[in-house]
Design a protein around this ligand. Structure first.
Ligand SMILES: Nc1ncnc2c1ncn2[C@@H]1O[C@H](COP(=O)(O)OP(=O)(O)O)[C@@H](O)[C@H]1O
Ligand SMILES: [Mg+2]
Length: 285
């Protein structure tokens, strides 16, 4: 059976996992091809699908949702459709908080809503804030702004005209401790990297694999457990965490759709991913 790796073309930025994964799959005897999700002709043939670098879906969530739903009808797909659909919009942060998972404090604003952003931030005691789309990737339209500035109001209004928006307090821990991206492959934690802060227009910079504190891993596991993802045949997962103002790790992002997995940093994770894919393909025979 052919394996389609769903991507987008052109890629908004290079995918460090792509070549490594293709080579490793080939070595394992798996015939894998990169296929852009928005290229309809490619999705007629029967094949299994692994979603990876479909990063431009943030510009057309409806089309991507239709595509994923249609693919799942005719093809085995990982992560499973239910996991994908629950993770596209960052309202999942509010749901995680409701389940008692520590998350970055988050105000969700709906498209078209008119809001007094200065008052909303003042009542929460937020001085420095991050304003970003609720459907986002790659730091698209992600802005760090003083809550009392005219800019905060202008950016909110501009984004709200087109999309749902998240407002959060700026966690300055991203500058010293750093945001940690924790990776699970085939249901098991494999490794973590440190990511440097990145706002709209910036480039991503990541460390080698590095040890994490038990509390950071516990927050990641709590997030995965809260969305019931661990029981859902999860091929890959990433939970990004950073310390809050009190130094306690909180979820910044739960990535179950198209996360970079930093496979270069961890060959064992790569082998586990390929073995997980091989086992799933075997089950289809
Ligand atoms: N509340 C926040 N405090 C500090 N930095 C933030 C905050 N929210 C976002 N950032 C910075 O912006 C980057 C992108 O935001 P994130 O929520 O990860 O969205 P995405 O990766 O989907 O674009 C983060 O990796 C981090 O560097
Ligand atoms: Mg992120």
């Amino acid at each position: 059976m052919i394996l389609r790796i769903a991507t987008c073309r052109p890629l908004p930025e290079p995918d460090g996992d792509e070549d490594l994964l293709l080579k490793a799959l080939q070595s394992a005897g798996i015939n894998a091809q990169m296929v852009a999700w928005h290229d309809p002709a490619e999705w007629q043939r029967p094949a299994a699908t692994v979603i990876r670098s479909t990063w431009d879906y943030i510009y057309d969530l409806e089309a991507f949702t239709r595509w994923a739903t249609a693919v799942a009808v005719t093809s085995a797909m990982w992560n499973p459709l239910k996991v994908i659909l629950g993770n596209l919009h960052k309202r999942y942060l509010i749901e995680l908080a409701a389940h008692g998972v520590p998350v970055t404090p988050t105000l969700l604003l709906e498209r078209g809503e008119s809001v007094d952003i200065h008052a909303q931030c003042a009542v929460r005691g937020w001085r420095d804030v991050v304003i970003k789309p609720a459907v986002g990737a790659g730091s698209f339209e992600t802005h760090r702004i003083a809550a009392t500035s005219a800019d905060a109001d202008a950016v909110c209004r501009r984004l709200l005209a087109e999309r749902d928006v998240l407002v959060q307090p700026y966690l300055d821990s991203v500058e010293h401790h750093g945001e940690r991206a924790l990776v699970w492959i085939d249901g098991e934690f494999t490794h973590a990297v440190r990511k440097s802060p990145r706002f709209a227009g910036g480039v991503e910079s990541v460390s080698e694999a590095l040890p994490i504190a038990p509390a950071e891993r516990a927050v990641g596991e709590a997030a995965l457990a809260a969305v019931g993802a661990l029981g859902q045949d999860l091929l890959y997962a990433r939970v990004d965490v950073a310390p809050d103002a009190a130094g306690q790790p909180v979820v910044m992002e739960l990535e179950l759709v198209e996360p970079s997995l930093f496979l270069l940093q961890h060959p064992t994770a790569m082998r586990r991913l390929v073995a997980g894919i091989a086992r799933r393909l075997q089950r289809l025979r």
